[in-house]
Design a binder for this molecule. Structure first.
Ligand code: ZN
Ligand code: ZN
Ligand code: FE
Length: 763
C-alpha cells in the first residue's frame, strides 16, 4: 500500500543545507517525492510503501537536521500517492507569506578550514571558502527565498567544478549558495588609502607585513570593515585611537585560537565554548595581570574583549602570524561601520594606511556581537553578527505585525509576526545622522527580507527621541511604551514569563510617565501595565546632557542634595579640581531649577560616586565612570552601607541620597576607595533588595526581573542575583538580548502585543 505525505517545515531551514539533507535521507530510505524551498518554508512530499517507511523518514528528518537548522513548525497531511519512486530537489517557488527564517552568518567550519590550509586543495588559501554548514548568510541576502540570485553571489556564475559540487546531492557544497573558488568567485585586492591598487604576489602576506610594520589596515570582513593593527604595538594602537577619534573606549581583539587568548586572559570552560561558538562573538574576559597586549588597547579596564576568526580571510591573516590583532569596527567614532568598498575608501581613508577589499558585497551591515559569561550563562552585550536574524519567541502571538523602534542609544529595532520577534542588528546611537539613515534602511531591509509589513508601531515615550519622532510620522497606529516598562517586559519575554513580576530596573536614563527622568526603578507589572513601586529619590541633573558627560556635576548634585551648601567646606580631592565659580554656577542652576530636570537614574548615582571618589570626572564614552568605579572595587571586602534600617517601607522614594552621604563621610574619613566602592555596590544592592521584599510582601509576587544598562556591571549584577536567590526569589535575567537599550525593542514589541489585544484602536 503506497503512502504519500505532504510536509511543511518552518524555521531556519533555508541556506543551512536542509534540502540536501532531506534529499540524502530520502534516497537512503528509498523514499520518493521532492523537497523545495518556498517563501513559506520548506515543502516536502514523501512517498513510500507502507506507513512504517514514512514514519521513519519523518522521525529521522526531525532528529538529524543540519547543525545550523532550527525547526519551529512541522506539520504533515496525507495526500493520494502518485507512484513516484525517485526523489528530487525542485526549484524554489516564491509564493504566499514568508515564514522562513534566514540563518545568521556562521564562521568557517572545520572541514573548510582543513581545505583552506591544504596545499593540494583547489581552494588552498582561498579567502571565500564555504560550504552548506558555514559562511555568510544574512549579510549577503537582499530577499527571499534564500537562493543565489537573491544574494550578492549573483554576479559570480559558478565555474564547472563549483557547479558540479553545487548540483551533486552527495557533495557537502550541494546548494551552498555562496559556493565559490579562485576560478569563479570573489577575490581580494589591496589598496592605498587613496584607493590606488597595490600589487603583490601574495596579498595576504603583504597585509601581514604591513601590520607587522605597525600600519593600520582596514579589512573588509563579513558584516563590515574592521580596522586592524598589531595588538602588541602601542604606537600603532595609539595612532589608531587618534585617527579614529576614540580616546579610551576599549578595542576588540582577535586571536587565532583559544591557546593564544590564554596568553593574555583567563579563560574558563564556558568562556572557551563561547569563543569557539560558530557565531564568533567578542567575549569579554578578565585579563591576566601581566600580559603583552599594548596598554592603549583597553586603558583602565580589567578586561579584554577577544574573538576568534570568523571569515577564512581572518584565518589567513592571523594564523601562525599573530597572537593578537586589534580588530575594531571600521568607522569614525560612533558612526555606523563601513560596508562598501567606495564608502570605505571615502570614510576610512583618514584612518587606515591600507585597505584590504573584496568584491562580495555586504548587503546587511552587521557589527561584531559582544557577550560575557556571568553567573554561568552567556549574556549578550551587543547582539548582532551571528545572532541576527535568528528569532526570539514570544509566550503569546501578536495578531497584527508590529514594528518596535527601540530607543535612541544602542538602537536596535524589532519586527514581530505571530509569536516570532526578529530583533535587528545593532544600529547604534541615533544622534548621528548616518545612524539615522541606517535606522531607516535597517527597518526597510528587515521588513523586506522577512516580508513583514508592520501595522502598528511601538516607540519610547521620550518626545525628543528621534525614533519617537520617526514613529509618529509614519501614519500608522502607535503605542508609546515607558522606557523601564520596556526593559522589564524584555527580560520577561525572553524568559517566557507573562505573569506579573517585580522589576528591578537599574538604568541610565529613560523618560518617565511624570515627565521626569527615571532610571533607578522598582516596577510591578506585566505586558499590559505597570506601577512604579519604588525609585531612587530624585536629584537634579544639572545641565541635562552635560551632566551625563561630566560626572563631577552629578557629584555636586548629590552633595548638595545630601548636605546643602555645607559641602562647600568639605575637604574632598575632587572638589579641589573644580573652581569655586564652576561649582557656584551649578548650585545656582539647581536652586533656580534652570536646565536641571529631576532624575532617579541609577547610572547617574554611579557617576556621582565615581567622581566623588576622584575616579572619573569626565567621560569619553558611555558609562565609563561607572565602569571605572566597578574596576576600583576591592572584591575581597564584604559589607554594605546600611541605609534602610527602619522597618517600614511600603514603596516610594529610596534613600540613594543617604547612600551617597555615607560614601562621602567615609571618603572624608580617609577610607580606601576600593572599600568604599565595594560598600556602595553592596549597599545599593541591599536597598533594592529591600524594596523587592516589600513588593513581595504587599503584592504576593515572588518573581523579580533584572534589567537596564547598569546590570552590565558584573559585580553589582552578581551580587543582586546571589542575594535574590538567597532570599528565595525567582530571578529572571537576560541571556538572549542585552540588558541595556539594545534589548528595548523586544520589550516594546511584547507590550504592544498586549496593548493591541486590549485596545483595538491604539493611537
Ligand atoms: Zn564549511
Ligand atoms: Zn568555481
Ligand atoms: Fe535603558
Amino acid at each position: 500500500m503506497r503512502e504519500r505525505l505532504r510536509i511543511h517545515v518552518n524555521g531556519i531551514v533555508q541556506g543551512v543545507g536542509f534540502r540536501p539533507f532531506v534529499y540524502r535521507l530520502a534516497r537512503e530510505l528509498g523514499v520518493g517525492g521532492f523537497v523545495s524551498n518556498h517563501s513559506g518554508g520548506v515543502l516536502i512530499e514523501a512517498e513510500a510503501d507502507g506507513q512504517e517507511s514514512i514514519r521513519i523518514f519523518c522521525a529521522r528528518l526531525k532528529a538529524g537536521i543540519p547543525p545550523l537548522a532550527q525547526i519551529t513548525e512541522f506539520s504533515s497531511e496525507e495526500i493520494p500517492p502518485i507512484g513516484e519512486t525517485a526523489f528530487s530537489i525542485r526549484p524554489s517557488s516564491h509564493d504566499g507569506l514568508a515564514h522562513t527564517l534566514i540563518s545568521p552568518d556562521i564562521c568557517v567550519c572545520g572541514d573548510c578550514l582543513l581545505e583552506l590550509f591544504d596545499p593540494k586543495d583547489r581552494r588552498f588559501r582561498y579567502p571565500f571558502i564555504n560550504c552548506t554548514n558555514c559562511g555568510p548568510r544574512y549579510t549577503i541576502v537582499h530577499g527571499i527565498p534564500y537562493d543565489r540570485p537573491l544574494t550578492s553571489m549573483k554576479k559570480f556564475p559558478l565555474c564547472r567544478e563549483c557547479g558540479k559540487e553545487y548540483n551533486d546531492p552527495a557533495d557537502r557544497r550541494f546548494h551552498a549558495q555562496p559556493n565559490a573558488c579562485p576560478a569563479c568567485g570573489p577575490s581580494i585586492s589591496l589598496h592605498l588609502s587613496n584607493g590606488d591598487k597595490v600589487e603583490a604576489e601574495d596579498l595576504v602576506e603583504a597585509v601581514v607585513s604591513l601590520l607587522r610594520e605597525g600600519k593600520i589596515v582596514a579589512i573588509r570582513g563579513v558584516g563590515g570593515f574592521h580596522l586592524a593593527v598589531d595588538a602588541m604595538n602601542q604606537e600603532a594602537v595609539m595612532a589608531l585611537r587618534g585617527r579614529k577619534g576614540r580616546a579610551e573606549k576599549p578595542f576588540a581583539l582577535m586571536a587565532p585560537d583559544v591557546e593564544s587568548v590564554r596568553k593574555f586572559c583567563h579563560v574558563d570552560l564556558q568562556e572557551e565554548e563561547a569563543l569557539l561558538h560558530p557565531t564568533r562573538p567578542i567575549v569579554l574576559l578578565r585579563a591576566r595581570g601581566k600580559n603583552a597586549i599594548a596598554p592603549g588597547v583597553a586603558p583602565g579596564s580589567l578586561d579584554l574583549g577577544f574573538m576568534l576568526p570568523c571569515a577564512p580571510l581572518h584565518y589567513l591573516i592571523i594564523k601562525d602570524r599573530f597572537d593578537a590583532l586589534v580588530m575594531t569596527s571600521g568607522n569614525f567614532s560612533e558612526e555606523p561601520i563601513a560596508i562598501g568598498n567606495e564608502e570605505a575608501v571615502e570614510r576610512l581613508a583618514a584612518i587606515a594606511d591600507y585597505l584590504l577589499l573584496h568584491d562580495r558585497e555586504i548587503l546587511q551591515r552587521c557589527d561584531d556581537s559582544i557577550l560575557r559569561v556571568v553567573a554561568g550563562e552567556r549574556r549578550m552585550i551587543r547582539r548582532s553578527r551571528g545572532y541576527v536574524p535568528a528569532p526570539i519567541f514570544l509566550p503569546s502571538p501578536a495578531s497584527r505585525p508590529i514594528l518596535a523602534c527601540g530607543g535612541d542609544l544602542k538602537n536596535t529595532v524589532a519586527l514581530v509576526r505571530d509569536r516570532t520577534v526578529f530583533l535587528s542588528q545593532h544600529i547604534g546611537d541615533l544622534d548621528n545622522p548616518s545612524a539615522l539613515s541606517f535606522f531607516e534602511h535597517g527597518i526597510a531591509n528587515l521588513g523586506k527580507i522577512l516580508e513583514i509589513t508592520p501595522e502598528v508601531i511601538a516607540h519610547d515615550l521620550h518626545p525628543e527621541y528621534l525614533s519617537t519622532k520617526w514613529a509618529l510620522g509614519r501614519g500608522l497606529p502607535t503605542v508609546g511604551v515607558q522606557h523601564h516598562h520596556a526593559h522589564l517586559a524584555s527580560v520577561m519575554a525572553e524568559n517566557g514569563v507573562e505573569e506579573k513580576c517585580i522589576g528591578i530596573i537599574l538604568d541610565g536614563t529613560g523618560y518617565g510617565t511624570d515627565g521626569t527622568i527615571w532610571g533607578g526603578e522598582v516596577l510591578i507589572g506585566d505586558f499590559k501595565s505597570f506601577e512604579r513601586f519604588a525609585w531612587l529619590a530624585p536629584v537634579p541633573l544639572p545641565g541635562g546632557a552635560a551632566a551625563v558627560r561630566q560626572p563631577w556635576r552629578m557629584a555636586i548634585s548629590y552633595l548638595y542634595s545630601a548636605f546643602g551648601r555645607e559641602f562647600l567646606n568639605f575637604d574632598l580631592p575632587f572638589l579641589r579640581q573644580r573652581t569655586r565659580e564652576e561649582v557656584t554656577v551649578l548650585l545656582e542652576m539647581m536652586e533656580r531649577g534652570l536646565n536641571s530636570p529631576d532624575t532617579s537614574s541609577c547610572g547617574r548615582l554611579f557617576d556621582a560616586v565615581s567622581a566623588l571618589l576622584d575616579i572619573r570626572q569626565a567621560i569619553s564614552y558611555e558609562a565609563q565612570a561607572a565602569m571605572d568605579l566597578e574596576t576600583a572595587v576591592d572584591v575581597s571586602f564584604r559589607g554594605a552601607y546600611a541605609v534602610m534600617t527602619d522597618n517600614a517601607f511600603d514603596g516610594g522614594p529610596l534613600p540613594g541620597i543617604s547612600l551617597f552621604r555615607a560614601v562621602a563621610e567615609d571618603m572624608m574619613s580617609g577610607a580606601p576607595a576600593g572599600k568604599i566602592a565595594a560598600k556602595f555596590h553592596q549597599g545599593l544592592g541591599e536597598m533594592f533588595l529591600r524594596a523587592a521584599r516589600s513588593a513581595r510582601d504587599m503584592h504576593g509576587i515572588n518573581t523579580v526581573g533584572l534589567s537596564g544598562g547598569v546590570f552590565q556591571n558584573l559585580y553589582l549584577f552578581s551580587y543582586i542575583l546571589k542575594r535574590l536567590r538567597e532570599e528565595g526569589f525567582a530571578a529572571l535575567t537576560h541571556r538572549l538580548v542585552p540588558s541595556n537599550d539594545g534589548g528595548l525593542a523586544l520589550g516594546q514589541a511584547v507590550i504592544t502585543t498586549s496593548a493591541r489585544l486590549h485596545n483595538p484602536a491604539p493611537q
